[in-house]
Design a protein. Sequence first.
Length: 66
Amino acid sequence: MVTHLWHVEAKKATGKVVPGMWVEVVKSGTNAPPVIREIDEAFVRKYGIKLLGGCSLTCFDIKEVK
């Protein structure tokens, strides 16, 4: 199975998440970018910070790492 690594960086302040904070999300079996739930889980793992309820993908710069 092919895995894809995604670099997700905050570009807007949302709660305790400030611009420049970043996480990596690994997805297997699909080349689709991460969804907000996966990004939220990554922020909890790395920083112990949960995203705000109204936070959307537009708050983040999402790039696949080649």
